[in-house]
Ligand binder design. Structure first.
Ligand SMILES: [Zn+2]
Ligand SMILES: [Zn+2]
Length: 306
């Protein structure tokens, strides 16, 4: 199964009747990484049938409310649902203090541990890694401390060919060594080479998330050649002055970044509430970078090697 990105919300600043603020889930293997958690995120999970169990990591890009006001509600629900597994929370340093304060004044007791990883807005940093992926943060230029996130899938074990291992009656306990590339020797001494039993794993993917940022070519070096890039596109070109003033980007600027970084696919989001017809933003982006899609809530994108 390829990693899949689920869009839960992609509006900027305030929710509208149809659109929620930023949140996404990237599912790799059985782990879910949440990227930003705007207000209403837990309702969006319910609406789209995505369980919060299995969310192992939550990455918060910055402390503007449209990117994290849903967090305390989600944490509270996780605890009330009996979560025991540690949650890895990544974000600007004050986020820890904010959550601790909300928990302590609410007399809330969380049933699980939060492992907190402060982000650094000055340079690219490896934040944490698991068996399946690593999470890297990198600086974005916004009005306050803000980072983007790069998620690199890590090399996978070789893919076992089921019909072949069954043909040779190879017990399950040998599967891990087969995945690691070992040959199999049966009890009568017959050696079966690994290449008959396994095939190459699917290639690993890279996903980059640029939540809120002014047009900044400095970020190109952090996101070079990623398979899928999410980049904010709050405004259209005719509002470029406004975009600059508020440290946001236009759809055309998002596309220029995608083109410069030679990414496989661009997804734009963080739309200003002023736009009812998002296809205007999509068309503007496509004139510069054809392979652009809208981060409309409820959409999902299978991420494959570009
Ligand atoms: Zn925002
Ligand atoms: Zn912001």
């Amino acid at each position: 199964l390829n990693p899949t990105l689920y869009i839960l919300g992609s509006n900027s600043a305030t929710p509208t009747r149809e659109r929620h603020p930023t949140s996404q889930i990237l599912k790799i293997d059985n782990q879910k990484i949440m990227l930003d958690c705007g207000e209403g995120t837990q309702n969006q999970l319910l609406k789209f049938g995505i369980r919060h169990t299995g969310i192992t990591h939550i990455c918060i890009s910055h402390l503007h409310g449209d990117h994290y006001f849903g967090l305390i509600g989600l944490l509270s629900t996780m605890s009330l649902s009996g979560r025991k597994d540690v949650l890895h929370l990544i974000g600007p340093p004050p986020l820890k203090e904010i959550i601790d304060l909300q928990i302590s004044y609410g007399g809330i007791h969380l049933n699980f541990e939060i492992a907190f990883y402060p982000t650094n807005p000055e340079e690219r940093c490896l934040v944490t890694q698991t068996k399946s992926f690593e999470i890297i943060s990198f600086p974005l230029k916004h009005r306050i401390h803000c980072t983007g996130f790069l998620i690199n899938e890590l090399p996978k074990g070789r893919h076992i060919i089921k019909s072949e291992v069954e043909k040779y009656n190879i017990p399950f306990i040998y599967y891990n060594s087969l995945k690691a590339g070992s040959d199999f020797t049966s009890s009568d001494g017959t050696m079966i080479p690994n290449k008959l039993l396994t095939e190459d794993p699917s290639p690993t993917i890279q996903y980059a998330f640029c939540s809120d940022t002014i047009f900044d070519t400095e970020i190109v070096k952090y996101i070079q050649n990623v398979d899928v890039l999410y980049h904010e596109a709050t405004f259209m070109k005719n509002q470029e002055d406004r975009a600059n003033l508020y440290f946001h980007s236009t759809a055309e600027q998002a596309a220029i970044i995608a083109k410069m970084a030679k990414v496989g696919q661009l997804i734009i989001g963080h739309f200003s509430s002023r736009y009812e017809n998002l296809n205007l933003l999509l068309d503007e982006s496509k004139t510069v970078f054809e392979n652009t899609y809208l981060a409309e809530e409820g959409n999902s994108f299978e991420i494959t090697k570009a």
